[in-house]
Structures are given as structure tokens and as C-alpha cells.
Design a protein around this ligand. Structure first.
Ligand code: PGA
Length: 250
């Protein structure tokens, strides 16, 4: 059985005091959550302070991005080993905001995914279609292309250590959540792609999260879908009660 993962993507929000207090709030309520793993992904600059605030709680720490090279002359970038050094266990890669605003390609996401795995981080690889792609019935094609491009060259063992997040771009931060049926359709497709590209055992093992306007009120229905193994939460991860409310809905 796949244990659900509820991951909070804080994006470029909070300041130092707010990040610490949010982490403390999540850590405090985490003891009541027994059916899901919890993860928070603060901005890089607050990782270390958040790690301290989470200390001895079951809440895991993750980053929102990284660079694929291990070190060197890459001004402004952060490597995988720097993330593990401050206690991160996960890293979100290929988020649609990085793909669509910063211009990351599947190739870049692929290099980062391989580097993250090499450093012992769990990559959360995001895929998702734009509204016009959904309206043109291209969702399946877009997802398959992002899946193949982002995970190229990974061994079955490495894919088994990876988390995938399906985040329809039109549902992110818009309040327009995918229906449970829409989410399940893409998640089932992703699981079929895993089985075809690797094997059935790996396909059963990999957690596939849904992201896009997940709230305490819609989480239960989404996560009860057979192929939805948790949530990647943006806006609602900025309030401990909302974030924990989503986890409690599992
Ligand atoms: P949202 O963001 O929950 O605010 O829609 C989700 C995400 O971008 O991961």
C-alpha cells in the first residue's frame, strides 16, 4: 500500500519569523496525523531555520528547486548536497511555475532529477497541462511527453524512489480544482506509463500526488481516488490548520 504524502509548497512566501512559526504550527499538529506523511518545502533561505523548528517532529523538509551540478561557478544556484547538508530529504522539480515562468525544459528537469537521486534526495517531479492543451484534448500527450522527458535514463530502482505530482496548470492558485474524475484519469494514465516504461511492481510503488487548489474541503474526495496518493499543496499550506486539515482528510 502506498502511504499518502501531503506536501506543502510554500513558494516565494513567508518571511523568517512567519516561516518558523508556520513550521512550528505544522510540527505541533503533526502528532495527530497518522494516515499520511507530511512534508514542507520553504524557500531556500529559510530551510535551516525550518529544519530546526521541525526538529524531533515527523514532518519532513524539502526544497522547491535545485541545480543539477554538484558545485562550481554557477552564481546564485543551490546544489543537491547543499540541500541534504541542511536536512532536506525531498526536492520539488519541474514545477509548472519553473517550467512556464523561468523556462525550465524537460531536459533540465531530467538532469536535476538524476542529480537529486544521486545525492539521496527524493525528487517530486511535476507534470501538468495548460488550459489550452486540455481544451485541445492534448492532456494525455503532454503528460506522456513530460513523463518521458523528465524521467529519461532513470533506472527502475531510481523511479521507485521518485514521487510524481500531477498539477494541471489551470488549477494552480486559481481555485479551480480538477474534479476527482479528471485527476484520477491522469493519475491512472501515469501509473500505466510507469508499468509500461518500467514494471508493474514499480508502478504500484510510486506515489503520484495531485496538486492544484487542494483545500481541506476537497482533499478527501481527491485523495480517495485509487491512484491519487496525496497532495502537493500551495496556498493552503501557508496556514497550519488548513495544511493539517488536508492531511486529516486522508
Ligand atoms: P495551489 O498550488 O495549491 O495554490 O493551487 C499548488 C502548487 O502549485 O503546488
Amino acid at each position: 500500500m502506498r502511504r499518502p504524502l501531503i506536501a506543502g509548497n510554500w513558494k516565494m512566501n513567508t518571511d523568517h519569523a512567519a516561516a518558523v512559526s508556520l513550521a512550528e504550527g505544522v510540527a505541533k499538529g503533526a502528532g495527530d496525523i497518522d494516515k499520511a506523511d507530511l512534508l514542507v518545502c520553504p524557500p531556500f533561505i529559510y530551510l535551516e531555520s525550518v529544519a530546526k523548528a521541525l526538529d524531533s517532529s515527523p514532518v519532513a523538509l524539502g526544497a522547491q528547486n535545485m541545480y543539477a551540478q554538484p558545485n562550481g561557478a554557477f552564481t546564485g544556484e543551490t546544489s543537491a548536497s547543499m540541500l541534504t547538508d541542511v536536512g532536506a530529504e525531498y526536492v520539488i522539480l519541474g514545477h509548472s511555475e519553473r517550467r512556464n515562468i523561468i523556462g525550465e525544459t524537460d531536459g533540465m528537469v531530467n538532469e536535476k532529477t538524476l542529480a537529486a537521486l544521486e545525492a539521496g534526495l527524493v525528487p517530486i517531479v511535476c507534470v501538468g497541462e495548460l488550459l489550452e492543451q486540455r481544451e485541445a484534448s492534448k492532456t494525455g500527450e503532454v503528460i506522456a511527453q513530460q513523463f518521458a522527458g523528465s524521467l529519461a535514463g532513470l533506472s527502475a530502482d531510481q523511479v521507485g524512489k521518485t514521487v510524481i505530482a500531477y498539477e494541471p496548470v489551470w488549477a494552480i492558485g486559481t481555485g479551480k480544482v480538477a474534479t476527482p474524475e479528471q485527476a484520477e484519469e491522469v493519475h491512472a494514465d501515469l501509473r500505466r506509463l510507469l508499468a509500461e516504461s518500467y514494471n508493474g511492481e514499480i508502478a504500484e510503488k510510486v506515489r503520484i500526488l495531485y496538486g492544484g487548489s487542494v483545500k481541506p474541503g476537497n482533499a478527501a474526495e481527491l485523495i480517495s481516488q485509487p491512484n491519487v496518493d496525496g497532495a502537493l499543496v500551495g496556498g493552503a499550506s501557508l496556514k497550519p490548520d488548513d495544511f493539517l486539515g488536508i492531511a486529516a482528510a486522508v
